[in-house]
Design a protein around this ligand. Structure first.
Ligand code: BDR
Ligand code: CA
Length: 309
């Protein structure tokens, strides 16, 4: 089984990624790390612990991470994820557990050192924890097997979700993303170009009826689906974070290619933009695997099958 740490800012689709990853039973979770993002860190921690509690998976430990981006002010996404981050779906669940004492970035360093070349980081929130870890221990980039990041957009100019050319996770801490992309680690970017081809629609959700997660998925995605309806005319939830986990489960879902990618951190018009040099105009060594194609239907089908087990 592949050893992974999942770094989340739970978040509706982060919650779905946790369920999908654990129910796939093909990944060995060393732990889950949390970061400020969709909602403030305290809420992220609570949501993550509650999702694990609902699943009966309190054996998975949660390590709390960065409460703020490296440089900028915090940005949240209440209009997509609801006022509590998970569409108030677990309001009635009394929290029984707590986060671990160890700081997330230190847990990442320690785990990578212990499992050299064996650990995959799956990053589905802003990249603050990994940037801090790389600054503290630069050898981390050599110790990691791979880093799979949900973030950015590379070929669909104007179709960002935070600015016309910027995606939320990168926008929320662009300075951190820049550190990660230039760290020398084997980075793959699962961007909006492909995640926007993986909507879990209300029809898919109804297929879960009678299974363990039906109520949660339907309720948690309520605000998200309303938002998608207004913006994309789809009653569904884009599976950004689950697809990022899906790539670790099955490489066939995505076709990738390696290019030079950088992050804009200066321009107010393009802050957080991921710029891919497809034509090698800058003449730089490729540093990031980007996604060129997705088997969207195949992935969503696998997601539905896995969470309805
Ligand atoms: C990303 O931002 C968050 O809102 C989602 O959880 C996902 O990780 C999509 O842009
Ligand atoms: Ca997320």
């Amino acid at each position: 089984m592949k050893k992974v740490i999942l770094d989340v800012d739970t978040g509706v689709d982060d919650a779905l990624a946790i369920i999908y990853g654990l129910e796939s039973e093909v990944l060995e979770f060393l732990g889950i790390t949390t970061v400020n993002g969709n909602v403030p860190l305290e809420m992220v921690n609570r949501n993550t612990l509650k999702v694990l509690q609902m699943m009966g998976r309190k054996d998975i430990k949660v390590y709390s991470g960065a409460p703020n981006p490296l440089v900028r002010e915090r940005e949240h996404e209440y209009s997509v994820h609801g006022t509590d981050g998970i569409g108030n779906a677990l309001d009635n669940l009394a929290l029984e557990d707590e986060v671990q004492d160890q700081f997330a970035a230190d847990f990442i360093i320690e785990s990578a050192k212990k499992h050299k070349n064996e650990l995959t980081l799956i990053m589905v929130g802003p990249l603050t924890n990994l940037a801090l870890a790389l600054k503290k221990e630069p050898r981390l980039s050599e110790w990691l097997d791979e880093v799979i990041v949900m973030g950015g957009l590379v070929s669909q100019a104007g179709k960002g979700n935070k600015l016309p050319n910027s995606e939320f996770n990168i926008y929320a801490d662009a300075e951190a993303a820049k550190i990660v992309f230039h760290s020398g680690a084997e980075v793959t970017l699962v961007s909006l170009d492909v995640t926007h081809q993986t909507f879990l629609t209300i029809d898919h959700i109804e297929k879960l009826k009678g299974t363990k997660y039906y109520e949660f998925v339907k309720n948690a995605t309520g605000v998200f689906r309303k938002f998608s309806m207004q913006r994309y005319n789809i009653d569904g939830c884009a599976l950004h974070d689950p697809l990022t986990v899906g790539y670790v489960i099955n490489r066939d879902f995505l076709e990738t290619g390696k290019y030079y990618v950088d992050v804009e951190t200066v321009s107010p018009l393009g802050y957080g933009q991921t710029i891919c040099d497809f034509r090698n105009l800058w003449g730089k060594e490729p540093n990031v695997n980007i996604c060129l194609n997705v088997d969207g239907e195949g992935f969503v089908e696998h997601f539905v099958d896995t969470v309805s087990k």
